[in-house]
Design a protein around this ligand. Structure first.
Ligand SMILES: C[S@@+](CC[C@H](N)C(=O)[O-])C[C@H]1O[C@@H](n2cnc3c(N)ncnc32)[C@H](O)[C@@H]1O
Length: 204
């Protein structure tokens, strides 16, 4: 259902995410499902989704939550232990999924999908590759497909996580390629004092 397109060399200055898992330095993780997921689910935004990609899935519970809603899930991460974690979680739940240890910048589904759920994958990437990443995810989606984006708000320089202000996101997710909903956007607070803004974008 996918291929590793190997178009780019691994980023030399990409943070060592596996090390963070090894050192239990995973302050981005939440207890349970992200409130933005629950908000979108409650609003019916996930109804009828047959295929969902979760890039930079880490050890989050949302890939399994999508599978429980009946979607075919592609969960991607380049940290080996995150992939092992997701495989075990799906096996324990008795559910299937495509779970790949890949660089999201070098991966492509065989066929475009209904939705993408980006829970702090973009902010984990260095801003210099954001345009490449956004082109990628546009190509992953069917026309009319949805990108459920959680834009990290740190208000600080540097990262990861890299601050993802709405003004910059508007430039990246250009109006000619994406439909933006009206504000206000859902605010997902985190116990680590950062918060994310949940924006459901529609691919044109
Ligand atoms: C901030 S964590 C978020 C993890 C998960 N979404 C969650 O909410 O717990 C970012 C994740 O993206 C993964 N990641 C970062 N850059 C990646 C890349 N280029 N390709 C694949 N995964 C990547 C990291 O390994 C890490 O698991």
């Amino acid at each position: 259902m996918s291929e590793n397109t190997d178009q780019k060399a691994p980023l030399e200055h990409a943070p060592d995410w596996q090390l963070r898992y090894d050192e239990c330095s995973t302050r981005w993780e939440r207890e349970g499902i992200n409130p933005a997921f629950l908000h979108w689910q409650g609003a019916g935004c996930f109804a009828g989704l047959e295929s969902v990609i979760v890039p930079g899935c880490g050890r989050s519970p949302e890939p399994l939550a999508f599978a429980r809603l009946g979607a075919h899930v592609s969960a991607l991460d380049f940290a080996a232990s995150a992939v092992v974690f997701q495989k075990q979680a799906f096996e324990t739940a008795g559910l299937g999924a495509q779970i790949d240890e890949v660089d999201v910048l070098n991966w492509q589904p065989n066929t475009p999908v209904d939705a993408l759920y980006d829970q702090t994958c973009l902010c984990a990437l260095t801003p210099e590759v954001w345009p490449d990443y956004v082109r990628k995810i546009h190509s992953w989606l069917k026309p009319g497909g949805r990108a459920f984006m959680l834009f990290m708000q740190t208000g600080k320089e540097g990262g990861p996580p890299f601050h993802s202000p709405l003004e910059t996101m508007h430039e990246l997710f250009d109006d000619s390629l994406w439909v933006w909903p009206d504000e206000p956007y859902f605010r997902a607070d985190h116990s680590n004092e950062k918060f994310e803004l949940g924006v459901m974008l529609t691919r044109r």
